[in-house]
Design a protein around this ligand. Sequence first.
Ligand code: AHE
Ligand code: ZN
Ligand code: ZN
Length: 191
Amino acid sequence: MAPSLHPLVDNGITAGSSSFAGGKLHCHCPSNQVEVTLSSNVAHNHACGCSKCWKPKGSLFSIVGVVPRDAVSVTANASKLTIVDKEATIQRNACKDCGVHLFGRIEKDHPFKGLDFVHAELSSEKGWQEPQFAGFVSSIIEQGTNPKSMDDVRAKFQSVGLQTYDVLSPALMDLISTFTAQKAGVRFANL
Ligand SMILES: N[C@@H](CCC(=O)N[C@@H](CSCO)C(=O)NCC(=O)O)C(=O)O
Ligand SMILES: [Zn+2]
Ligand SMILES: [Zn+2]
């Protein structure tokens, strides 16, 4: 049986709603769940193959998107949260008991500072933006996927309408490069 990319990808993508304005995320604990309330839909939602983003058991990819950090509040059991890796760019706040990541926050100077990374699948509500692309696809090799299966992995994403990239989407990579150029005082050429 082919390994699962992610349950939200394996059987085709379900479109979200442009009028959806957020909801609640819960960790996987059977009781005393950490609850995070988002007052915004996610943006740039994507499948991520990197080793750091939280993935459901048995999946090769996470699905992760961003929301403004002001739209994120921990509304229950905040004391169960711990930062997985304080040195990482994205400080992922995970439940100590079940390991699920509730939100990832950037504190250092970075093009995505001000945006928190969240997994909308932790919500039972419907309407969250559907995945837009697959990023960090080649990174799954670093976690043990056989390089020979990469054609199949990329073909599966293409078959459900998702472009694959080995970093982020061109739009996000352009944002990162624009930030880097502006910081360095680069003057852009006139069109
Ligand atoms: N091959 C590495 C890549 C890790 C990586 O750079 N991940 C990205 C994307 S995470 C969400 O899209 C990133 O920005 N990481 C910063 C961080 O995780 O703090 C690997 O697989 O580990
Ligand atoms: Zn938990
Ligand atoms: Zn990732």
